[in-house]
Design a protein around this ligand. Structure first.
Ligand code: HDE
Length: 715
């Protein structure tokens, strides 16, 4: 791609060399196309399969520099994985503000100049699992963005939940030790459902708000592209005159916020452990670029104490109904990395990477993070020069007197590496605010040195109750089921009981239902009356957008399928950006009812319903006979139904839904045209029913259909 946009002057949106960062990376990108195999010293190699030995059966010689170098390099290929957020996936893109309106609050150019497209790298992650763990575990997701701004790198290192488990970073090692696999046997991997986590939780009531989020569907995102992001802490915007405004950052996905169900997640973890990683990669490769809107909640400093919680407490949200989220710009991810290790593994985010116009608050969790990230990266990336790794390098010029150390790759010229100097002409010079220097926000603070937490942090339950009150009926059912699952895996009865006692502070009815599911005595009475307040913005039921882009729809086909039905529905879905795939008992092609043939995308045995958003069974008498005797096809339909997914069937295909054991749902009969009930769309009379495609599109746009009562469906 080349040439700026003639109207905006912006670089083209995607492709090599598309922006300052990509141009910088291009200089580092290498390829083996047409090249000879060489040693690290550039010497060409003629043979790399046999070591240099004495005779054909003799010992290997020490002088075989090629073999030694090859093996030695291999021996050193691993670096420590991240102590948390070890498993992740990343992509490049850009951020662009909508207008200059934030200029009133911040000097940060990338947030206020609508003509600027700032290059970014974003890494999504799970928290507890190790690098090779599955994507679809119950966990928080990291959402870390590095903005390569012209004023230096700014990192917004957020999560997909707006609160955190603890108030103060000093407890972070305790929390992480509790949630990670237990130390004696390193079990369980990437799971919170075990004794040590719940032991910790039951003894640290400040975790309860976050535990509500963790037990909700937010912990099971359908896609990284369909989850919100949050900066979590209250940060500070600072204008050109040094005036501050409190700010909370939000990312809202354009495709809506959607989740999987727990049973599905567990199955996906086996069928495709790379589910979320693959989804991100495939969408970008297909040109369906993920997008989020950046929003801010702004609070004037004069209003710092107007809330019934402390703005410095990261276990609290500012309800959107109290302070609306103001949309300020768009994030687009449009390029996959070339090399996972070089880019996604070596990227180093740090909350203290700020640019003029953005500053910290005294949130004790944030303060600890400002220490931790650089510290951990010194060991993870092997020394103090990791900012020179291509993915980490700013596009802003870097000049300072920091020298030497492992992996120094720059050649600093000149005699001086100190400030002040005269021999180097006084360079590099310090800048004033007029030359774009970062000036720390001048906050007046005073107090005694103490180890104590302010009383204003100590309401542990009100917002946990707010979250519970804001959930739709189906979201509540999922939360109850999650608590029952997690605590049902806890072996120590006292820990189960203590956890239920904590839940009783959130809501009595919830605690009773959890207790009944895990065989401990339900709490006899309410300890805190439910305040009855709710925040509709917290419910995912209110985050449905009706958009179909990138939704995967399985078509169950076999010999004798009605081709016109397949074509009609697949064209309708494709026109809306969804992805139809034909699954058949074997790969290759199937014979159609009119004697033609259509290509199959995948064999049924290589896929599963849990890897699709919806399923369609087309007409064809022989197709129905084939699929009715195929356990995989019947299971596919039943499982899709159980997981609330939209289903469609036309002509003979409708009978397959009945045979798969769908219950409490109305299927079309002879003579009643297109019928839709609880996201199941059928038409017996018209194999290529336009009515079906319209209803199906609608059902798919709703994501899932939780109104179904499908507990009896065996899948
Ligand atoms: Fe992190 N966190 N964290 N964290 N965190 C790390 O940094 C830490 C916290 C988050 O994709 C580590 O380079 C402390 C909150 C993300 O590379 C480490 C505390 C939030 C990522 C670290 C927190 C996060 C990390 C591990 C409590 C959401 C992955 C390796 C004070 C707002 C970034 C590394 C990536 C990674 C420390 C709490 C988000 C050890 C001490 C709150 C998204 O430095």
């Amino acid at each position: 791609m080349s040439g700026p946009d003639p109207v905006s002057g912006n670089p083209p949106p995607t492709g090599r060399g598309a922006d300052d960062k990509q141009r910088q990376l291009d200089a580092e990108r290498v390829s083996a196309d047409g090249a000879y195999l060489t040693t690290q010293q550039g010497v060409r190699v003629d043979h790399t399969d046999d070591s240099l030995t004495v005779g054909e059966r003799g010992p290997t010689l020490l002088e075989d520099f090629h073999a030694r170098e090859k093996i030695t390099h291999f021996d050193h290929e691993r670096i420590p994985e991240r102590v948390v957020h070890a498993r992740g996936a990343g992509a490049y893109g850009y951020f662009q503000p909508y207008d200059g309106s934030l200029g009133e609050y911040t000097a940060a150019e990338f947030l206020t100049d609508p003509s600027l497209r700032t290059p970014v790298f974003v890494r999504f992650s799970t928290v507890a699992g190790s690098r090779g763990s599955a994507d679809t575990v119950r966990d928080v997701r990291g959402f870390a963005t590095k903005f390569y701004t012209r004023q230096g790198n700014y990192d917004l290192v957020g999560n997909n939940m707006p609160v955190f488990f603890i108030h103060d970073g000093i407890k972070f090692p305790d929390f992480v030790h509790a949630v990670k696999p237990e130390p004696h046997n390193e079990i369980p991997q990437a799971q919170s459902a075990h004794d040590t986590l719940w032991d910790f939780v039951s003894l640290q009531p400040e975790t309860m708000h976050m535990m509500m989020w963790l037990m909700s569907d937010r912990a099971l995102p359908r896609s990284y592209r369909m989850m919100q992001g949050f900066g979590v802490h209250t940060f500070r915007l600072v204008d050109g005159d040094g005036r501050g405004t409190f700010v909370k950052f939000h990312w809202k996905p354009v495709l809506g916020t959607h989740s999987l169900v727990w049973d599905e997640c567990q199955k996906v973890a086996g069928k495709d452990p790379d589910y979320n990683r693959r989804d991100l990669w495939d969408a970008i490769e297909a040109g369906q670029f993920p997008e989020w809107e950046l929003g801010v909640q702004l609070v004037p400093e004069s209003a710092e104490f107007d809330f019934d919680f402390d703005l410095l407490d990261a276990t609290k949200i500012i309800p959107e109904e109290e302070v609306p989220v103001r949309p300020v710009g768009k994030l687009v991810l449009n390029q996959n990395p070339d090399n996972f290790f070089a880019e996604t593994e070596q990227v180093a985010f740090h909350t203290a990477n700020v640019v003029p116009g953005i500053d910290f608050t005294n949130d004790p969790l944030l303060q600890a993070r400002n220490f931790s990230y650089l510290d951990t990266q010194l060991i993870r990336l092997g020394g103090p020069n990791f900012a020179q790794i291509p993915v980490n390098r700013p596009v802003a010029p870097v000049t300072n007197d920091q020298r030497d150390g492992y992996h120094q790759s720059r050649i600093h010229r000149g005699r001086t590496s100190y400030t002040k100097n005269s021999l180097g002409g006084g360079c590099p010079m310090t800048a004033g605010a007029d030359q774009g220097a970062f000036r720390h926000y001048q906050e007046k603070v005073e107090g005694h040195k103490i180890r104590a937490r302010s009383e204003s942090f100590k309401d542990y339950y009100s917002q946990a109750t707010l979250f519970w009150n804001s959930m739709s009926p189906w979201e509540r059912q999922h939360i109850i089921a999650a608590f029952r699952f997690e605590l049902g895996k806890v072996e120590t009865v006292e820990v189960r009981e203590r956890a239920v006692a904590q839940i009783n502070h959130v809501d009595h009815d919830l605690a009773v239902q959890v207790a009944e599911g895990i065989g401990v005595p339900p709490p006899s009475s309410e300890v805190r009356p439910n305040h009855g307040r709710s925040s509709p913005a917290l419910s995912q039921a209110n985050a449905v957008t009706g958009r179909l882009e990138t939704r995967r729809v399985a078509f169950l086909v076999s010999d004798g399928v009605d081709e016109s039905a397949v074509r009609l529905i697949s064209e309708e879905l494709r026109s809306r950006g969804a992805i139809p795939e034909l699954l058949a008992p074997t790969d290759g092609s199937v014979r159609t009812s009119d004697g033609g043939s259509i290509a199959v995308d995948r064999a049924l045995s290589t896929m599963a319903s849990v890897l699709y958003d919806a399923v369609y069974v087309p007409s064809g008498e022989e197709n129905l006979q084939n699929l009715s005797s195929d356990g995989l096809a019947l299971h596919f339909v039943a499982e899709s139904f159980k997981h609330g997914k939209p289903l469609a069937a036309t002509g003979h295909g409708v009978a397959l839904l009945g045979r798969a054991g769908l219950v409490n749902v109305r299927l079309a009969n002879e003579g009643d045209g297109a019928v839709t009930d609880q996201g199941v769309v059928t038409d017996v009379d018209n194999p290529s029913s336009p009515g079906v495609s319209g209803h199906f599109v609608h059902a798919l746009g709703a994501h899932r259909h939780w109104e179904r009562d499908s507990d009896q469906v065996p899948a």
